[in-house]
Design a protein around this ligand. Sequence first.
Ligand code: NAD
Length: 360
Amino acid sequence: MTKKIAILPGDGIGPEITEQAARVLGALGLDIEMSTAPVGGAAYDQHGHPLPPSTLKLAQESDAILFGAVGDWKYDNLERALRPEQAILGLRKALGLFANFRPAILYPQLANASSLKPEIVSGLDILIVRELTGDIYFGQPRGVREVADGPFKGERQGFDTMHYAESEVRRIAHVAFQAAAKRKGRLCSVDKANVLETSQFWRDIMIDVANEYPNVELSHMYVDNAAMQLVRAPKAFDVIVTGNLFGDILSDEAAMLTGSIGMLPSASLNDRNQGMYEPSHGSAPDIAGQGIANPLANILSVSMMLRYSFAETAAADAIEQAVSQVLDQGLRTGDIMAEGCRQVGTAEMGDAVVAALKNL
Ligand code: NAD
């Protein structure tokens, strides 16, 4: 059956990188249909909203979304609901994208790009599974109130609410155990169970779900320790599963271990394996329109799409191999440029991946 893919290029470098990612997708000879729609600031300019109904409808009717990036400083003064980033939250909510996969992979060819010693990070391949639709980011009540009693009585107080329902923890646990089962079989659940009730509850559910996955080894780590271990011995991890707040921070930390945000894809999936695939970086307005952005994170997002939404493992592997070959050839965009390599632009990098795919 024809797979429907919505291409949402967005702002800044978004259109430049999705163009290359769509070319790679098109070069695989799969039965797919791609349709493009504006999102973020581009959609606000055209339709007065960062996620107009026509774009949302296209996304809902698609099997997967290839997303570029959104945001630009020129929209910073808009009211919050109309800012480009709201499109991402709107898509997550409308499609129920609760499972965020953020791999941190350091290709050996790029080991020197990390600020950590090459021996600590070379060959790094970890996956962070972050719960994306719950936790303190969405918990109610929240706001600013007047303190009724105690030492701060009469003062204004900002507050948020952290909570996780059992079904929310169970479904992300299953996703993470299944991902670990397909990798090295080690899952580390990160929480703050020594302080937070929500975390203790999270841990109890993880332990319960583990009974269904005897081949996966479950361990637990407090988030402060995880933050340290990620820079001390990151290769000790295989899959990390954690809540929305901790995952937000740890996945960015893990991304920086690789030193090259332009290389890292991400996936956000719902319970029907419908997914949104995007690079981990933003819209990079500082280099937009110059043809120099690294398209590889978006190209690798296509590989994740094929793997997670379509179970097209061979095609997903082929993209990863093609990217690795292009790096072996010494081609680099500016962000990953190193001595002895040849600097190329966005389109030339896309050309090279397409050519490598055809020669596999
Ligand atoms: P950013 O990730 O856009 O850029 C950070 C730095 O990395 C910049 O110097 C940029 O030039 C560089 N960079 C990023 N991607 C690159 C690539 N593919 N190739 C080469 N260099 C690359 O983060 P920022 O500057 O903090 O944010 C810029 C805008 O992006 C803001 O409006 C922000 O809100 C938005 N943003 C969007 C997303 C998203 O769409 N998912 C995520 C983060 C930030």
